[in-house]
Design a protein around this ligand. Sequence first.
Ligand code: HEC
Ligand code: HEC
Length: 195
Amino acid sequence: MMRRLRSLRAWALCGMVLWIAPFSWAQTYEQRLQACSACHGPNGNSQMPDVPSLAAQPRLFIENQLVLIREGVRDIPAMKALLDGVGDDDLAKMARHFSSQSLVPAPRARDEALLSRGQQLAEQTRCGICHLPTYLGREQMPRLAGQREDYLFTAMRMMQANQAVGRDPIMSASVYGIPEADLKALSHYFAHIKP
Ligand code: HEC
Ligand code: HEC
């Protein structure tokens, strides 16, 4: 029991050190790429709630977001230090890397009623005009198909609440006034579309 407690304490301490000096070990391109997987999962397939998968996102979308995050325009404190001083060429290389990975959607429960409600809403609100009718995204518009359901929901809630600093205001307008239950249905639907 004591041994277990002690090792738990060691882990907690380890977490604190990581938090204080996040990813200062990641200096080269390869090391930084490795650091991405700590949150975004193996080959850009996230296994962490509220962290988006990057695999198979349009290259331009990833590249634009990386520039915005590095400049602190899109505010993601957990990522900022990792991108500080990284050149545009390396960001473009990262974008190509993740864009060319295959998406492995996270395991998710299926609710038929929620799915059909989500599909109906997506058609009514015409999300496919920008995200494509397949929801695979293109250019600066992200892929929604097969993305983590928790992340889609959180992202849309942030956009609605004007907390999505540095993100395209066109999206806040698109989700304006959509009730929370409907955002849940939309997230469920997109997460279940085969990428
Ligand atoms: C400590 C965890 C963490 C690390 C490490 C990390 N990210 Fe992130 N990343 C996040 C979170 C959380 C978000 C979503 C935050 C939000 O929307 O507010 C995000 C968002 C993104 C986005 C926007 C994706 C989208 O769908 O909107 C891109 C692109 C991205 N990260 C790329 C990277 C790359 C490349 C690396 C490695 C250089 C990296 N991240 C390292 C946590 C992390
Ligand atoms: C006029 C074009 C347009 C329309 C219509 C549109 N979107 Fe978007 N959407 C975008 C763009 C551009 C982004 C990237 C925004 C950014 O981060 O700057 C985005 C981002 C998103 C994101 C965040 C995904 C991520 O990986 O970070 C979600 C979720 C989303 N849109 C859902 C929707 C839904 C649901 C609808 C329909 C109600 C919709 N969008 C309609 C252009 C559009």
